[in-house]
Structure formats: C-alpha cells, structure tokens
Design a protein around this ligand. Sequence first.
Ligand SMILES: Cc1cc2nc3c(=O)[nH]c(=O)nc-3n(C[C@H](O)[C@H](O)[C@H](O)COP(=O)(O)OP(=O)(O)OC[C@H]3O[C@@H](n4cnc5c(N)ncnc54)[C@H](O)[C@@H]3O)c2cc1C
Length: 320
Amino acid sequence: MINIYGAGISGSYLGCLLEKFGYEYRISDKNSIYKSKCAYGFMYNETKSLLNIIGFNISKYLEVKIKYVNINGIKMKVNNLCILDKNKLVNDMRNELKFGKFDNPSFSVDSTGTNRSIIKNNEDVSYSYTKQEKIKNSYGKEIFIYANKFGYSWYFPINNEYAHIGSGSYRKDKVDELLNGLKSTYDINYDIICKCKKKMISTPFNKLRYIDYNKKIICVGESGGFVSIFGEGNTTGMRSSLLLYRSIRNSETFEEICNKYMKNVNEEFSWIIDGYKFFDSLRKSSTKSFYYIPRLFEKNRCGLEVNIGIIRSLLKKIIW
Ligand SMILES: Cc1cc2nc3c(=O)[nH]c(=O)nc-3n(C[C@H](O)[C@H](O)[C@H](O)COP(=O)(O)OP(=O)(O)OC[C@H]3O[C@@H](n4cnc5c(N)ncnc54)[C@H](O)[C@@H]3O)c2cc1C
C-alpha cells in the first residue's frame, strides 16, 4: 500500500504505472485540477515511449515539434524537442487514478515538486529563480535562448498563437539582466498576457536527501532533485517514476526498493550530475569545464545538430 503525495507530472505518471500494473496505491494533491503556467517542453522520443507504457499517445498532447534552437544568435537544427499540452496530459493521467490516502501505508512517495512537502526541506537545497511572461505572439517552431554563466533566458512557442518568455538563474539579481539579454539579442515583439515568478530546485539528487529510511519516504521528480542543469524536469521526472516503479516491482522489502532505486537513478542520471559539475566549474571560470563538454554533448538529449565549430562559437559567446 503506497501513498503518493503530489499529482503533478511525476506523481501522476507513477500513479498510472501502479494503476496499470495492479498495485495498491492512493494519490492526493492540494489542488483538484493541475494548472501549470509554464514548463511545456519535453524530449519527444523518450516521452513518447514513457507515455506508451501507460497506454497514452503523445500525439493527443503535441502542440509544436521544435525545428530550430537559437542560442546567443547561433541557429541550430533540433529533432527531439517538443511542446506538449502539459495541463491536459497531467489532468488526463489524474483521471485514471484513485485519489485518497491509506492510514497505514507501506511507504509514501513525495512528488510535491519544489515544495518537498513530505520529506521536508533540509539545508542542502538550493534554488534557481525564474520569471516568466506568457505572450500573444508566436514565431513558429523556433526556440530562442540567451545564455551566460549565470543562467539563461528563453522564448518558447506554446502553440500557434501564444509563446512563453522567461529567465532563470541561481542568482536572483541576474534574472532581469538575462531577460534583457534575450530581448536585445532577438527582436521579439509581443503583448504580455500574464506574468509570474517561480523557484525551482537546483540541487541534484546526489546532493539531496531523496530517501528517508526512518519515515519511509521516497522522492520522485523535482522533489528528489531529478532536474537537469538546464531546468529539464518533465521527462526526467517521469523517468524517475518509472525507475521507482521498476524497483517496487522487483523487491520484497522497503530497503530493497530503496537500494534498487538508488542504483537505478545513479546509473540513469549520471548525465545530470555531469551537467551540474560543468556548471560549477563554469561559475568558477575553471578550465575544468572543458572536461565535461564531450560528456554533455554525448547525451545531446534534445537532438541538437552541432559540430565542433558550433560548440566552440557557443562557448565563446557564453563564457567570454
Ligand atoms: C519557469 C519554469 C520553466 C520550466 N520549463 C520546463 C520545461 O520546459 N521542460 C521541462 O522539462 N521542465 C521545465 N521546468 C521544470 C518542471 O516544471 C518541473 O521540474 C516538473 O514540473 C517537476 O514535476 P513534478 O511532478 O516533480 O512536480 P510538479 O509538476 O511541480 O507537481 C507537484 C504537484 O504537487 C502538488 N503539491 C505541492 N505541495 C503539495 C502538498 N503539500 N500536498 C499535496 N500536494 C502538493 C502540486 O499541486 C503539484 O500538483 C520548468 C520550471 C520552471 C520553474
């Protein structure tokens, strides 16, 4: 008997896996409807196969398949990045689930995202600060990014009519500067529909307490630090839920589940740790950052069509 707290993308996906394969679980959320104003970017191929496992079809949620990404004015083709209607997807997943709570669960899952409401915060957690605007304007299937060593700002289409611009940095005082960098690098005209600010966990799972053995709590998704340095938390969140599900399926005891889960996430998400190491060395302007570059591009999750010349120009523009 498992209690899941938080029915966002990660918790709902875990719920769907447990539902489909006949496990006893209950899920709860502080909000009856899932409503996210942002974060609609997904890795197409991986999300497609993750959704297939629970019997969902990605095409029902697909808004835009991104064709180009521009970083600091350099335009590159991309083939594995898409925008989904995330609110529809999460609410459809929720419709499949049993809501409620068991009185004496075998263990609980914290999928409350940034809040880490169940496992509770500890001193290790650090955050990125973001600011976003939904705008009425769309430049089609392109993403525009302005990056420097403090973070990055973005323009993402949401659909044919609307787009989303924003910026995120580990330093609150750099958020506006990054947003201005975007606006001055690209000539983007728009009317603002709404604005908001959010925090996002920017401590990777290997430096975060994502299992509490005494209270029998396991985290998936953002609450467990399964978010990349670029702020990718959707596909990684679902993937962490799949890894937990596989650990549950093959184990008899809570300890066994935890050991398998730790092993699985360490194997699967070493690229997340490499990303943070890269960013740390970049912040310190250390030449060590070069060591991580091939490993980052080896993963190339979004399918950027890059070559050595482009990487060199990009680094020049971002670091110097
Ligand atoms: C500005 C911004 C842009 C982003 N863009 C992207 C993007 O394009 N692509 C991408 O992959 N990632 C993006 N991310 C990251 C991504 O949004 C998150 O990492 C991802 O949503 C995490 O999923 P989750 O299920 O772990 O948490 P969430 O999706 O945040 O879900 C948490 C759920 O828990 C519920 N909850 C919270 N507290 C409690 C409580 N005490 N009790 C019960 N329920 C509770 C909430 O209501 C919510 O339903 C972005 C983040 C930000 C801030």
